[in-house]
Design a protein around this ligand. Structure first.
Ligand SMILES: *Cc1c(COP(=O)(O)O)cnc(C)c1O
Length: 433
């Protein structure tokens, strides 16, 4: 399969190029030249397949011309090596837990698959692949743990000092091997600006084989479709046929993958996007005007995005047909106060401790149910383990969280981070040394 740019539909490049470029020169986003339709017989019987079998079937529908079957199977088995269980909280409300991977966030699905794809295509090439990533928390951990130990790659992560949580920092700084952490004396925006400048530096481009691992990479989008099919399979095995997915959204990559799954033939009744006060998409769906704004800091900080980078992909998927898009997606936005109430409600009603992003998905799923009642199961996506967000969660509740074993282990490891001032010359000499 070939890929085009949302800004140039005549472009046709292969998967390998799209993965390493990440962004087309014209600043659009890569999209598959067509949406592969899965065999209706497969979907009808999907409850008889394992998560890995489902993931392989999907990946093959995109990549059968680019990666031989046995190699693709190996990539899938290594990247989809943890579960994404659907847990029912009540008869009609369930949570799809996407935090059972190495960094306890859904970004593990994209990052693990992408790292193995990059490793696979790098084998014959001698130059070390230098992955640069700026993170406000979750992306860096997923990328670090995704690339950890992948031969031929080296990852440099920039994170703002004092602005990521303890568990997040441990995931960034306790790896060693091919992972390097830079603790930047500045903000996330400073980190992003340094990385951007490096990508635009002709000398670095010539001396290093640089690539970015950001969320718009097509190799992160494809694996995020896997768990929508797997969630549907789990619901179906419980006798449920109609599902509504609610997705906590920031850059809209996660829900974008869900909509791609829908276009591939996954039977979904509706998608609900939950955002914090960064409500560019909810406003767009109401007014039809896309008016991005600068982001506002909230409790659900992985969704503090004022101009969602994956939104053009969703528009492309729907040929900019706003009526069709609105017939399948509804969006709600919530304040921090409402987010806290939702966390409290989950805990009090179901004894469920959720991160603030997950809580927004929960309350959006309940509001949609009130607005559009019916005989369907509401499945809301839990995008991260609550232990990553201590500042957002009530202290007494947070103290009840059982830390995953790896997080306990990380606490015992030595912190390996290099301090960096917000100074491009120092960053550059670090990369070249
Ligand atoms: C990244 C992230 C999100 C937002 O996902 P998008 O694909 O950017 O919409 C939501 N929750 C958590 C915990 C995240 O890390």
């Amino acid at each position: 399969m070939k890929f085009y740019s949302t800004n140039n539909k005549n472009l046709r490049i292969n998967f390998e190029e799209a993965v390493f470029n990440s962004l087309p020169q014209d600043k659009g986003l890569y999209m598959p030249e067509y949406v592969p339709k899965l065999d209706p017989f497969f979907i009808k019987n999907i409850q008889n397949y394992s998560f890995q079998e489902i993931a392989f079937t999907i990946a093959k529908s995109f990549l059968q011309d680019d990666i031989p079957e046995q190699d693709l199977k190996k990539i899938i088995n290594e990247s989809v090596n943890f579960d994404a269980p659907v847990k029912f909280l009540s008869a009609d409300t369930a949570v799809l837990e996407l935090f059972h991977g190495p960094s306890y966030a859904f970004k593990d699905f994209g990052a693990r698959f992408m790292s193995r794809i990059m490793g696979y295509f790098s084998k014959e090439n001698d130059a070390l692949l230098d992955v640069l990533v700026a993170t406000s928390g979750d992306t860096g951990g997923a990328v670090a743990l995704g690339f950890l130990g992948i031969a031929g790659t080296r990852v440099t992560i920039l994170y703002p000092k004092g602005k990521v949580s303890k568990v997040q920092e441990e995931q960034l700084t306790t790896n060693g091997q091919n992972i390097r952490a830079l603790e930047v004396e500045g903000t996330f925006d400073d980190c992003q600006a340094l990385v951007k400048q490096a990508f635009n530096d002709p000398e670095l481009q010539q001396k290093l084989r640089l690539t970015s691992a950001n969320s718009i990479n097509i190799a992160r989008l494809i694996p995020q479709t896997f768990y929508y099919f797997w969630a549907y399979a789990q619901a179906k095995s419980q006798g449920i046929h109609e599902v509504v997915f609610t997705v906590p959204s920031g850059n809209f990559g996660n829900i974008g993958a869900g909509l791609l799954a829908y276009k591939m033939g996954l039977p979904v009744k509706h998608f609900v996007a939950g955002t914090n006060v960064n409500d560019t998409v909810p406003r767009f769906l109401t007014s039809g005007n896309y008016e991005p704004k600068s982001s506002t800091q909230t409790l659900s900080n992985a969704m503090d995005v004022g101009d969602p980078s994956n939104w053009v992909r969703i528009l492309d998927l729907f040929d900019k047909n706003l009526d069709e898009l609105k017939s399948i997606v509804t969006a709600y936005s919530y304040s921090d106060e409402q987010t806290k109430q939702a966390m409290d409600e989950l805990y009090e009603k179901f004894n469920y401790i959720a991160c603030p992003h997950t809580a927004i998905a929960y309350v959006a799923s309940q509001d949609y149910k009130k607005d559009f009642p019916g005989e369907y199961a509401s499945i809301f996506l839990s995008t991260a383990h609550a232990c990553k967000f201590p500042d957002a969660i009530d202290e007494a509740v947070f103290s009840k969280i059982e830390l995953p074993a790896d997080a306990k282990n990380d606490q015992k490891k030595e912190k390996l981070a290099t301090n960096l001032e917000v100074d491009y010359a120092s960053f550059k000499s670090y990369l070249l040394s």
